[in-house]
Design a protein around this ligand. Structure first.
Ligand SMILES: [Mg+2]
Length: 212
């Protein structure tokens, strides 16, 4: 089904007069109820497509701010959680109380959780074991392989599964490529490895942020 209409698109990551603008948007709803949005503004065609691909479905300041009530109301059963800078600071083992409590509450509410990380060391599996949830290391996000493995572990269908992570180029793009809902969080700490820091520069361009 295709529909075309004018929308007042809210872009909360922009400030002031740029926060809202009227754009021409084309919506495509696929057979599974998935919604694709292609919108046009004053930049080039390729930039418009890139921004649509990298647009997360939702935002949360941090993992513990993701509303479990809202996820349940929308029919989500599975939650794929990024590790570094989403659940713990980069290279760290320690979880903040509120994030550990969020995981425990989600499990108590019968959400199925899987950690999916591009990090390759056993710290990924250790933190998963501490939390009582499965974990996938060396996931090579945004490639679909790690997400497919997570779906098998969770036993959830794609429309029932949400990805929560702090990076557009791994978590959000990976979710899009795998047909999963995505929620972008703020990175917990500023320090990342060099490759991630370079990607964050590109993220700021795509999100229209002047500084990080
Ligand atoms: Mg991360």
């Amino acid at each position: 089904m295709l529909a075309s209409a004018h929308f007042l698109l809210n872009e909360p990551w922009k400030s002031g007069a740029q926060a809202q603008k009227v754009v021409q948007a084309t919506l495509h709803v696929d057979a599974r109820g998935g919604l694709l949005v292609h919108y046009c503004e004053d930049s080039g065609e390729s930039a418009r497509k890139a921004r649509a691909v990298f647009r997360p479905d939702g935002y949360a300041e941090r993992l513990s701010h993701v509303s479990l009530d809202e996820l349940a109301a929308r029919g989500f059963l599975g939650i794929i959680v990024d590790l570094d800078n989403t659940l713990v600071g980069y290279g760290q083992d320690h979880l903040a109380f509120e994030d550990a409590a969020w995981i425990a509450t989600a499990r108590a509410r019968d959400f199925r959780i899987c950690l999916v990380s591009n990090n390759f060391n056993d710290r990924v599996l250790r933190i998963g074991a501490q939390l009582g949830v499965p974990a996938i290391a060396s996931a090579l996000k945004p490639l679909p392989r790690g997400f497919a493995a997570a779906l098998r572990l969770l036993g959830t269908a794609k429309p029932q599964t949400v990805v929560v992570g702090d990076q557009l180029f791994t978590d959000v793009l990976g979710a899009k490529l795998s047909g999963l809902h995505s929620i972008l969080t703020e990175p917990l700490v500023a320090h990342d490895w060099l490759g991630t820091r370079l990607l964050r520069l590109l993220e700021r361009v795509l999100l229209g942020r002047k500084s990080g």
